[in-house]
Design a protein around this ligand. Structure first.
Ligand code: GLN
Length: 281
């Protein structure tokens, strides 16, 4: 029978070829099998694994060797200190998207701002996090994918979020005639021919959540073209985009007459979210 330490070192060696984070991956997978924290692994390195746990662990290591992302193997990923269920129908939450949350929280700190629309919610991280952090606001979150909405609804239920409502919609197509103080989106924005799409974890994520025509800008254009019809006076549109799309997104926002257009950088210093406001005539 194998102990924790031996299982970890053997599996780390197996993963070295396929993963840059072999040691961390191995720990996360063993924690998942044992339903214990990483400190448990540190505290009990000599503890023997039960045969069934060992077999399950090896099974998960095999999946990781085949390239499957850790989040899909264990079925969850943390975002803004909450666990979100994920599967291969939704994007894996990324730290990049925390910027969208930070900016939104700043806007929603104004007690007058009470309505939020999250377009293309995926697993629900943006809409659910904001609904949780600002229980006084009303959130509508959309996705085109019924499978994504199923996951997002489950996540909202897990976190007992009551102030969110989900609608299946192709961007604004099914949005009732409402005006929102804030419209946020992390849309697909990667160009169809981006070489990263065939590397690493991203290969397993849904293309519909990642790629967009016109060098990745087609969906951002569609959203910007319509968002102003759904914004209150001085309402804000905030869109996440690629690190090299700042100029293009600003040009799009300008062409639709948003004002106070600003691009904000994420923790890695990459331009990541552009915001613009709308003035009703
Ligand atoms: N930020 C993600 C990436 O570059 C893409 C997410 C998206 O297309 N919305 O991997």
């Amino acid at each position: 029978m194998t102990d924790i330490q031996t299982a970890l070192s053997t599996a780390t060696k197996l993963l070295k070829k396929t993963s840059d984070s072999a040691s961390l991956d191995t720990e996360v997978l063993l924690c998942h099998v044992l339903n214990k924290s990483r400190s448990h692994l540190r505290a009990w390195p000599e503890k023997k694994l039960q045969e069934k746990d060992k077999q399950q662990f090896l099974q998960l290591i095999k999946q990781r060797q085949q390239g499957l992302p850790i989040a899909y193997i264990i079925g969850s990923r943390e975002f803004w200190s909450r666990d979100f269920k994920v599967n291969n129908q939704v994007l894996i939450p990324r730290p990049d998207t925390e910027l969208l949350i930070e900016l939104s929280l700043r806007i929603l700190a104004d007690a007058q701002k009470t309505s939020l629309l999250d377009l293309g919610t995926g697993s629900g991280i943006v809409g659910i996090t904001l609904a949780a952090e600002r229980p006084n606001i009303d959130v509508i979150a959309t996705d085109l994918s019924v499978q994504a909405l199923t996951i997002a609804k489950e996540n909202a239920a897990t976190h007992q979020i009551k102030n969110i409502h989900f609608i299946q919609s192709n961007w604004f197509a099914q949005i009732p005639g409402l005006n929102f103080d804030l419209i946020v989106s992390n849309p697909p924005y990667i160009a169809n021919n981006d070489p990263h799409l065939s590397q690493g974890d991203i290969r397993f994520e849904p293309k519909s959540a990642l790629t967009s025509d016109e060098q990745g800008l087609s969906d951002i254009k569609k959203i910007s073209a319509q968002a102003h019809n759904f914004l209150t006076h001085n309402g804000t549109l905030a869109i996440e985009h690629g690190f090299d799309q700042q100029k293009a997104v600003q040009t799009i926002f300008k062409s639709f007459n948003y004002h106070n257009i600003k691009t904000h950088s994420d923790l890695s210093g990459n331009p990541r979210v552009t915001t613009g406001q709308w003035k009703t005539k």
